[in-house]
Design a protein around this ligand. Sequence first.
Ligand code: SAM
Length: 261
Amino acid sequence: MTEPLNRDGAVAITTPPTESKSRLLQRFWERYFYFYDTLNESPPYRRMVERHAALLQPAAGDTILDAGSGTANVTAVLAVPGARVTGIDFCEPALERCRRKVPTAEFRVADLTRTLPFPDATFDKAACSLVLHYLVPERQRFAATELFRVLRPGGALAITVFAAGFNTWRVYAETLRERRRTDGIVGTAIAGVRYLINTSRIFYYVWRIKRAEQSGDYRFATAEELSSILAGAGFQVESVEPTMAGQCWTALAHKPAAPLR
Ligand SMILES: C[S@@+](CC[C@H](N)C(=O)[O-])C[C@H]1O[C@@H](n2cnc3c(N)ncnc32)[C@H](O)[C@@H]1O
């Protein structure tokens, strides 16, 4: 399969990660997913997830892609009745879990560092939540070009990435603050104890992710960098806003509609 061209007509990118490196990464995610959904207890995470639906406004008749579906939390909010939602992820074991969680959606294995297995202009809308920063910068641009290609002209993309300097403690502190408002001090303390082990594991996994970022395997983004990646792929960037207690950026972008003849 040939790599797609970028807007200047040049081959977009160099080689994707090797098979063995890709498998290592997939195993990392497989293990993380045993406790990943504890994040659903965090209001800042849930708001970020819901924000993708608010920005994309999924409706009956829409074809929607969730790129990097993980445990299908974003897929679930996009899968409104009558919408045809497809989740893709390179972590195959995760997909079984996704199928159980959102039986109305279709889930397929696909690697965002490679050409996506869809023809041009397949989808009306796409979400890509907490995935792009796990790619090296050149592959981030490549993946953005692929998301652009599989969207129809006029189609919308909602995308979230870790902000440069991502701080897990800020998300945790905001989670505790908000839960204290809704559950009170006692309720928050009980939840804190109940989720203590999983929360510690999430801290540990995010620490590993941050270490990988420092060594250059991943790349978190400033708002300007995210805009530039999207614009470089051809998108019109409508908005970039802080989410997840200010530790992520969520952008809305459109593929320009085909020019009138
Ligand atoms: C933090 S999870 C995000 C899951 C979900 N979108 C969410 O917002 O909760 C990151 C996901 O990206 C997937 N991923 C990472 N690199 C990928 C790649 N190259 N191709 C496809 N999926 C990838 C992982 O398997 C994982 O499911």
